[in-house]
Write a protein that binds this ligand. Structure first.
Ligand code: HEC
Ligand code: HEC
Ligand code: HEC
Ligand code: HEC
Ligand code: HEC
Ligand code: HEC
Length: 445
């Protein structure tokens, strides 16, 4: 009986070890999970300093009337306006906003100085604003700036160090459990052998078996079948591999400026054709010149997106730095608000590229056929980074030509052809293929 007792006591210890390490790993995994509790932004308690204005109404007035030229904390066309109420007295400010050029003409010293400091730019006159309105605006510009940008709530921190650390913990715990299991197995094996020896059991010896391989090699039919199978499967994979040569679907290069279609075409709803304006009228769509970007970015110098959903991919600082890259490229000095003349053209990496022997025309598809950009390029307005959505193979073009009906409504030319061809093919609908969309010469020079 002694032997059996021996056996169970060891296994009890081992079981205890296993249970211990399991609880250890589980409790750690739980601890690690809820890492980042985003700190509530508790700042921004407005301080109604000068004149009893309403900062909320003021913000509205500011955005409709002043934001085109002024920002709170940065120079734009006009100077930054935060705290301007402490710089001049109220009467002066009323007069200035109502008609600044008159003040400059009348030789008011402060006004003339300001005018000179700002390259003699003229501020619009706002005679329509009541003094109460101006008080509201000034209440808004007197609000204390929100404290230093709270380190991008949760996102960056948690995803970087937090989850990495917890993953490591879990991994470590798992390795520990495995190690304990191995030790356990060895110990159990030893004990069992000892028990067997004590009981006088003789362990079976390995019998010298007939080699399976030798038997197999003798059977020529089996060998033949195997060879055929091997050849078929390698041909299959070789074919698959060769068909992928020159197909760059999902090609997604890193661009010199991180330009997000999600932010531009998605969140801000900018029409594709605003930037790719030639898609409608010419063979190519083209990439917009940087002047097009500056139509908006003269004023948008920092990323101010206030929805959390905007920061899934990158932080505010990252995006602002990318806009700075645009400024460096066009040579725009944002503090002086003028071009320096030093340019560093951006070299966008081309993504879609058909071979030279293929003719593809955007206007034919976008304007004439009325195909949406997204049909070929995918849901671009959700792409943080642009990629090639379609395979751009010949099969892809042809399939679509076989399946897509030509738009004949409202087009006399097509209506006539349609009637004739529909009679010829005995069909009601007319596909691009019926019109000759599968003729080699249409796509190949
Ligand atoms: C068309 C552009 C433009 C608009 C719109 C505009 N401003 Fe100005 N503002 C300027 C410029 C430029 C200056 C600098 C003085 C100059 O060059 O005339 C200035 C200066 C000022 C100053 C003096 C700043 C200082 O540092 O002393 C105040 C105050 C001011 N603006 C208030 C307003 C308010 C309030 C509104 C909206 C109701 C407004 N501005 C709309 C262009 C504009
Ligand atoms: C604000 C300007 C802008 C808007 C709006 C815009 N794009 Fe772009 N697009 C660009 C720039 C800049 C590039 C080059 C950088 C890149 O590839 O990300 C580009 C690249 C592309 C490319 C890849 C070009 C290549 O190299 O093969 C496609 C396709 C494209 N855009 C489609 C669209 C579609 C579809 C829309 C509308 C949903 C759209 N774009 C809206 C500016 C814009
Ligand atoms: C029609 C206006 C408009 C045009 C044109 C435009 N942008 Fe923007 N851009 C925006 C807006 C709006 C934002 C978001 C700003 C925010 O949320 O604070 C933005 C954000 C950005 C950002 C930061 C986010 C990101 O995408 O990485 C970059 C960089 C940028 N633009 C570059 C460009 C470039 C390069 C071009 C020209 C190809 C361009 N923009 C053309 C309006 C425009
Ligand atoms: C029928 C499919 C199809 C449609 C619809 C389509 N494209 Fe394209 N697009 C292509 C192909 C194919 C290429 C590659 C052309 C090449 O390499 O010559 C391309 C290339 C591009 C390029 C790279 C620059 C260039 O012109 O080669 C941009 C940008 C682009 N498309 C934007 C758009 C926009 C914006 C729309 C919608 C107005 C649109 N595309 C609609 C198939 C399409
Ligand atoms: C999303 C569907 C679609 C895809 C993908 C597509 N096409 Fe088309 N294509 C059309 C339609 C629809 C027409 C008929 C336009 C019309 O004349 O009304 C057309 C017409 C054409 C024509 C003119 C044919 C004629 O009869 O004059 C050419 C050339 C052409 N496509 C080339 C291409 C090439 C090259 C590709 C691949 C790189 C391609 N297309 C991919 C839908 C497509
Ligand atoms: C709707 C447009 C279209 C038509 C019609 C078309 N092709 Fe193509 N063809 C393409 C495109 C796009 C490619 C490029 C495919 C690639 O790069 O993977 C191509 C590639 C080829 C290639 C090169 C093979 C390769 O994979 O690089 C040959 C050869 C070819 N086509 C022959 C023909 C012949 C013959 C016909 C007439 C029966 C024809 N094509 C009709 C669009 C077309």
């Amino acid at each position: 009986m002694k032997k059996v007792g021996n056996h169970t006591s060891i296994s009890r210890i081992l079981f205890f070890c296993l249970a211990l390490s399991l609880t250890f790993s589980v409790s750690h995994a739980q601890q690690a999970a809820p890492a980042a509790a985003p700190e509530a932004a508790a700042v921004d308690a407005a301080t109604p300093a000068a004149g009893a204005g309403d900062p909320v109404k003021g913000k509205e007035l500011f955005n409709t009337n002043c934001a085109a030229c002024h920002k709170l904390d940065a120079k734009s066309t006009g100077p930054a306006l935060r705290g301007v109420a402490d710089k001049h007295d109220r009467a002066w400010l009323y007069k200035w906003v109502h008609n600044s050029s008159e003040m400059i003409k009348s030789g008011d010293a402060a006004a003339v100085k300001l005018f000179k400091e700002n390259d003699q730019k003229v501020m619009t006159a706002f005679p329509q604003l009541a003094e109460a309105d101006i008080d509201n605006i000034l209440a808004y510009t007197s609000e204390v700036a929100p404290a230093a940008p709270a380190p991008a709530p949760g996102a960056a921190v948690a995803e970087g160090s937090g989850s990495g650390a917890s993953n490591n913990l879990i991994l470590g715990a798992l390795v520990l459990v495995l190690a304990v299991l191995i030790v356990m197995l060895v110990l159990v094996n030893k004990t069992l052998k000892r028990v067997a020896a004590n009981n006088g059991v003789v362990l079976a010896q390995d019998e010298p078996s007939v080699s399976v391989w030798k038997a197999y090699a003798k059977n020529s039919f089996l060998v033949l079948v195997t060879v055929i199978l091997l050849m078929l499967s390698s041909a299959y994979f070789l074919y698959g591999y060769l068909m992928q040569v020159g197909v760059d679907q999902d090609y997604q290069p890193v661009q010199p400026i991180h330009f997000s279609h999600k932010i531009h075409a998605g969140d801000n709803g900018i029409d594709c054709k605003y930037c790719h304006s030639s898609a409608r009228v010419s063979k190519t769509s083209g990439i917009p010149s940087l002047n097009v970007c500056m139509n908006c970015h003269k004023n948008i110098s920092e990323f101010a997106g206030d929805k959390d959903s905007l920061y899934v991919d990158h932080s505010k600082e990252f995006y602002t730095a990318e806009i700075q890259k645009l400024y460096d490229a066009v040579g725009w000095d944002k503090s002086a608000q003028k071009y320096t003349g030093v340019q560093k053209p951006v070299k966008w990496v081309r993504i879609h590229n058909l071979p030279d022997f293929v003719y593809f025309n955007h206007s034919q598809h976008v304007s004439v056929a009325g195909v949406e950009c997204q049909t070929c390029h995918g849901p671009v307005e959700t792409f943080e980074v642009m990629k090639q959505n379609a395979p751009l193979t010949m099969g892809w073009c042809i399939n679509c030509h076989r399946e897509t009906d030509v738009k004949v409504e409202g087009n006399d030319y097509y209506a006539k052809i349609h009637d004739e061809l529909a009679k010829k093919y005995g069909v009601q609908k007319l596909t691009a293929a019926n019109m000759g969309g599968t003729e080699c010469g249409k796509c190949h020079y």
